[in-house]
Design a protein around this ligand. Structure first.
Ligand code: GDP
Ligand code: MG
Length: 178
């Protein structure tokens, strides 16, 4: 679903899903404010931030980002967050196989109940923790490919691939016909 805006200025709702602790809030903070705060607090309720990026073809995309808490534990709340979302970023922690399983649960949930044309990205975060890696890059990549998703590994800590994540999502958005 296209959230709004005209052909050159898109506005899209983006929702973050994934286990608690995988780094969803840190990814958003890194993208929107360029910061990483290792002492950041657990998100309470839902927080809302927006950030606009410009693409090469002079299109701008304003992401309205819903960073959620609670959906991790109370799956029944999740539809409130992802309803009307044009984009879902489903994150896991590359040091946590459990979080990778949980990410797959969210993918299935969105395939069943999300908007049919939702753009989904699978994100393996904490890529800076290579020595603690327990989810192979190939496993993330294969799963994403089988499910028609974009895949990337990121680090909110080092900023690695954070901008690339949002740029790639922007490129994959359906454009309103003129
Ligand atoms: P959320 O529950 O998914 O929103 O996770 P948070 O953003 O609150 O992050 C959970 C913990 O992981 C915090 O202690 C962060 O400092 C840490 N963290 C988040 N992203 C990264 C990352 O890319 N690398 C490392 N090493 N730690 C991270
Ligand atoms: Mg959070």
């Amino acid at each position: 679903e296209n959230g709004g805006g005209d052909a050159k200025n898109l506005r899209v709702k983006l929702v973050l899903l994934g286990d608690s602790g995988v780094g969803k809030s840190c990814i958003v903070l890194r993208f929107v404010r360029g910061q990483f705060d290792p002492t950041s607090k657990v998100t309470v309720g839902a927080s809302f931030l927006s950030q606009t990026i410009a693409l090469q073809d002079s299109t701008t995309v304003k992401f309205e980002i819903w960073d959620t808490a609670g959906q991790e534990r109370y799956a029944a709340l999740a539809p409130l967050y992802y309803r009307g979302a044009a984009v879902a970023v489903i994150a896991y922690d590359i040091t946590s196989p459990e979080s990778f399983s949980k990410a797959q649960y969210w993918v299935k949930e969105l395939q069943k109940h999300g908007s049919p044309d939702i753009v989904m990205a699978l994100v393996g975060n904490k890529a800076d923790l290579q020595e603690k890696r327990e989810v192979a890059v190939e496993d993330g990549m294969d799963y994403a490919e089988k499910n028609g998703m974009f895949f990337i590994e990121t680090s909110a800590k080092t900023a690695d691939n954070i901008n690339e994540l949002f740029e790639e999502i922007a490129k994959r958005l359906p454009r309103p016909s003129v």
